[in-house]
Design a protein around this ligand. Structure first.
Ligand SMILES: *[C@@H]1O[C@H](CO)[C@@H](O)[C@H](O)[C@H]1NC(C)=O
Ligand SMILES: *[C@@H]1O[C@H](CO)[C@@H](O)[C@H](O)[C@H]1NC(C)=O
Ligand SMILES: *[C@@H]1O[C@H](CO)[C@@H](O)[C@H](O)[C@H]1NC(C)=O
Length: 598
């Protein structure tokens, strides 16, 4: 790796006002490199021989970028108990957690902030560096030897990857809205490149903090690099750009994606996986599957609602975090997390009624319920059949002759191309909680722009809820934006299901997305596809209705998570009409997880 001479600029300050000792720019040695990972260490003020459990975050957003600079608006809304001059985006506040007897270690990921080396987010290499940071923290003289991981989003996604490597000292993790599956959750939804968010994320808050990037201090984006700036060509050499890599690679057996795989089953530490029903385009699926597939004996799945940035700091949520961490890092288990069967493993929050979106006070009306397993025992997977009259019917419709519904290919958020199917009003309150799938018979007719010999169909499905008053209910999305119940995607050439895979189930089709799985899409040929729709919850009220929307591109509720790459969705393959087929032997249905009233 090209870099300047490594220097040691590490200093220790006692900050009596905030009750902590602050060690800045601490270098953590790595096993596989002479370059360090640098972190800030925040410790309770205590006698020299005192030992504390450690909470670590490892990620790209700058150990030295104040939350207030990173996202001023968001910071202004954070629970004041978790605001300090040390606060950083999506991480636990050092002043709060040191006051509770924890050391907080905030590390700059390799290649970012003050950590030299290759910037290669979410890679195997960077997860190995994180592994070294965990083992290092367990070994320090101020450390009790027990390490916990607590953080949102990136700082949650990274937890699964390092926990699967089982570093010494790791005692518990709380991945708070953290995806597990790089390909399926984040980069390629049903095989379709989720380019817009990656671009926003990379350009705004990753590359701007690259190690060696000039002008960071001047633009109030952390501090300039300890060893000095690096020239542009060296910076370019020192990074793997997620925009270009995801555009270039399409299949899970491409080295790029394959190298990022790990086994959730390898995780053994206790997990509290926190999933947000509103996180329908990035983290939700990973928190649910992470819980389901992790090897840990003690694992918990907690659903929340609300925005992506704020609930982590709510008083009642911090109490849950602290009681979980105290149980496994301090042997102070006040509620029974460490006793199998004592605490319900699954805690669902039930979205009933129209409380508006981005309104935390109003969302307090939602009721929480404990469950013994996921999916919820007794779930009745119920088929709702799509009809050519745009309805959803609970019984299989008799369709005497074949019918076709058509819409333009290559829809987009600006120009959506869609068909909707609406259920009859529910006759009683009906809870839907769990995994959703849709089975559809689809085809495409190319037009003159579809010049490639290869043809393709991208399916974008959305599940919506209409209140008894006839108005669509929107829920709080990641950024406080209005979102529907949930979404699902599939690229038709990647329709092949790994039927024998242990993760495949009737309620969640599992795909391997290999280059060898590609199946041809011929013009005017009907294909049956099973589309995975991300898990959801709603209590449909008496008189309420469900809508399934089938589209050829992003529709309302996609926010900044759109799929608009012309490299990934070229008109040469897609352009023309998409169809849904109805008739004898051409069944179309969405399967909803209905929870019987108890
Ligand atoms: C940490 O590194 C920054 C960037 O070089 C430097 O400005 C600062 O003085 C260092 N701080 C301490 C406390 O070592
Ligand atoms: C795999 O999943 C699909 C779709 O969910 C389902 O139809 C099929 O029965 C599953 N196969 C097995 C062996 O469970
Ligand atoms: C349409 O779907 C049905 C199942 O509902 C499937 O059996 C059938 O093979 C599909 N039709 C075609 C033409 O692929």
């Amino acid at each position: 790796m090209t870099t300047n001479q490594i220097r040691d600029l590490h200093e220790v300050t006692e900050d009596k006002e905030n009750g902590l000792i602050f060690e800045k720019n601490v270098s953590v040695p790595l096993k596989a490199s002479n370059l360090p990972v640098r972190c800030n260490v925040y410790r309770p003020i205590a006698p020299a021989d005192a030992k504390f459990p450690v909470l670590i975050t490892y990620g790209p957003y700058g150990k030295d970028i104040p939350y207030d600079n990173f996202f001023a608006k968001s910071f202004s809304e954070v629970n004041p108990e978790h605001k300090s001059k040390y606060s950083a985006w999506e991480t636990p506040d050092p002043v709060f957690w040191t006051s509770k007897g924890y050391v907080v270690v905030r590390a700059d990921e390799r290649g970012l902030g003050q950590s030299p080396g290759l910037l290669d987010t979410m890679s195997r290499g960077t997860s190995e560096c994180f592994f070294d940071v965990v083992e290092w923290a367990a070994d320090q003289e101020w450390s009790s030897g027990k390490v916990g991981l607590l953080g949102i989003s990136y700082y949650a996604g990274s937890q699964w990857r390092v926990a699967a490597r089982r570093p010494k000292g790791l005692a518990a993790i709380i991945p708070w809205e953290g995806m597990t599956d790089y390909y399926r959750d984040r980069c390629r939804h049903g095989g379709i490149f989720s380019n817009s968010f990656i671009k926003f994320w990379w350009n705004r808050q990753v590359i701007t903090n690259q190690y060696g990037r000039p002008g960071r201090a001047a633009s109030k984006w952390g501090e300039d690099t300890i060893e000095g700036d690096l020239p542009d060509d060296v910076l370019a050499q020192n990074r793997n750009d997620q925009n270009t890599d995801n555009e270039k690679n399409r299949f899970l057996d491409d080295e790029y994606y394959a190298s990022k795989e790990f086994n959730l089953e390898d995780i053994e530490v206790p997990i509290l996986s926190v999933a947000n029903w509103g996180g329908i385009l990035l983290h939700l699926r990973g928190n649910v599957n992470g819980y389901a597939w992790a090897g840990s004996k003690l694992k918990y799945l907690r659903f929340i609602t609300g925005r992506h940035d704020l609930p982590f700091y709510y008083k009642e949520e911090v109490e849950v975090q602290q009681s979980f961490l105290d149980a496994f890092l301090k042997d102070d288990d006040r509620v029974g997390w460490s006793v199998p069967g004592k605490v319900s493993p699954v805690s669902v929050i039930l979205r009933k009624g129209d409380v508006g979106f981005n309104n935390p006070e109003a969302e307090k009306k939602y009721v929480r319920r404990e469950e013994s397993a996921w999916p919820i025992p007794g779930t009745q997977y119920t088929k709702f059949h799509l009809t050519p009259e745009n309805t959803l019917e609970s019984t299989s419709p008799k369709i005497d002759s074949s019918k076709v519904l058509s819409y333009e290919a290559l829809g987009s958020l600006e120009k959506p191309q869609l068909i909707q199917f609406t259920s009859a009003p529910f006759e009683q309150d009906t809870e839907i909680t769990g995994h959703v799938t849709a089975h559809l018979n689809v085809s495409m007719t190319p037009d003159s722009l579809a010049t490639s010999p290869e043809k393709e169909i991208d399916l974008f499905l959305t599940l919506r809820y209409i209140s008894p008053s006839g108005k669509e209910v929107f829920y709080t999305g990641t950024a406080g934006d209005p979102v529907p119940l949930t979404k699902g995607w599939l690229r038709a050439s990647l329709r092949k299901i790994a039927s024998e895979h242990p993760r495949n189930s009737s309620y969640q089709p599992y795909r391997e997305y290999r280059s060898t799985d590609v199946q041809e899409v011929k013009p005017d040929t009907v294909y049956a596809v099973d589309v995975e729709i991300w898990p959801t919850n709603v209590v449909a009220e008496k008189g309420g209705r469900i809508v399934l929307e089938v589209s050829s591109g992003d529709t309302q509720g996609s926010g900044i998570f759109t799929h608009t790459s012309e490299v990934d969705r070229p008109k040469e393959k897609f352009s023309g009409k998409n169809h849904m087929h109805f008739g004898e032997g051409l069944e179309n249905y969405v399967t909803l997880p209905v929870i019987p009233a108890r």
